[in-house]
Design a protein around this ligand. Sequence first.
Ligand code: CMC
Length: 424
Amino acid sequence: MSTAKLVLNGKEYEYPVFEGSENEVAIDFTKLRAQTGAIAYDPGYGNTGSCTSTITYIDGDAGILRYRGYPIEQLATQSTFTEVCYLLINGRLPNADELDKFNQRLNKHTLVHEDMKKLFEGYPPSAHPMAIMSAMVISLSAYHPDLLDPEIIDSNIMRLLAKFKTLAAFTYKKSVGQPYVYPRADLNYAEDFLHMMFATPTQPYQVNPVVAKALDLLLILHADHEQNCSTSTVRMVGSSQANVFASVAAGVNALWGPLHGGANQEVIMMLEDIQRDGGDVQKYVGMAKDKNSNFRLMGFGHRVYKNFDPRAKILKKAADDVLHALNVSDPLLDIARGLEEAALHDEYFVERKLYPNVDFYSGIIYRALGIPTQMFTVMFALGRLPGWIAQWKEMHNDSATRINRPRQIYTGEAVRDYTSIDQR
Ligand code: CMC
């Protein structure tokens, strides 16, 4: 095994170096503090590996994303979302019988406890659906045993996967003041979600295969993305041995931020602003470059991808295909294309390797499917759910897991004496 040498205050230390299955190199600093008294300072964790994982592989320079070794491009065209859920959570593709049983188990768990409907009643109709979703996910642990027994964990994982879509659709129904629609076992995952979103007591939902397929694709593309902010949050919370509902609820909160999953809603709001403002994309590229403005091109840039985001590539084409198949014309798509073109030819964006990410075109497709803007980040969460679960399970079963507890460098006041209030 090779080692890395560190010289600190004239003394030399040696640390093991190990490689991942794709030859990614890590220096094992687990003994750094014990041996040297120093810590590794890495705000934003851009250089820190918090775990080893067998779930997802990303090569940001080459634009590669694989779940359990399978390229995202193949899964996007040949798989289904529930098959991808099985793959992420169980580590391998299911055979036909296993997938059938998995789907049956999901169908069995789609109903939520009737009392949970009362929880929705307490929220104002204007509440952001992500606020409600986070509360509903943690509330599941009040209705189901939260013991860390392997069989209960397995049931809770299925419950969470099945009920999340029911809760997501109920959240939408709450916002528009319509009665909740119960799930249907004869529909697949995406179709059932669309049915619960759009059926009303007077009008059943007619499955549109183009819409259902497009939604399934979006869910597959969002299903996992290794140690991003929300997934690391799930692992962080889970490392204290909090149950899967508590850990995933924390992931929902982390996803909500505009720099993470909240970006898909922000992209559409930005495109609408550009449209209202006359469609001058150069003006907005200029604003994004201006360090005195807080404006950023939402849906652009990524911590890991530095050439292109393979999900964005698939979604750009899907946006064209879906809008064409549904005979929808959306002026925001033209603005998005124009903005992308302008940014990709601008030195600022080229220099910093800023490309459209998964959130740039996804909103245009959600709009075409009839999903309201406020629900976009919930859609991201629905897709990311199997990834959060798989990562939680892997963390939970890994004997190397310790409670996550980063260190800090204190830069505050040195010790000083307390003074009474009249002396300050
Ligand atoms: N518009 C304008 N400038 C940008 C942008 C942007 N969207 N993104 C990064 N930059 C600049 C940034 O100002 C910095 O410039 P400088 O070197 O002159 O200071 C440089 O590029 C590096 O940016 P950073 O903020 O250090 O990069 P990061 O890795 O910390 O942040 C990011 C990554 C995704 C948060 C950031 O690119 C961003 O804010 N993008 C917009 C929000 C967005 O679309 N988020 C969705 C991410 S993909 C879905 C997901 O997984 O959540």
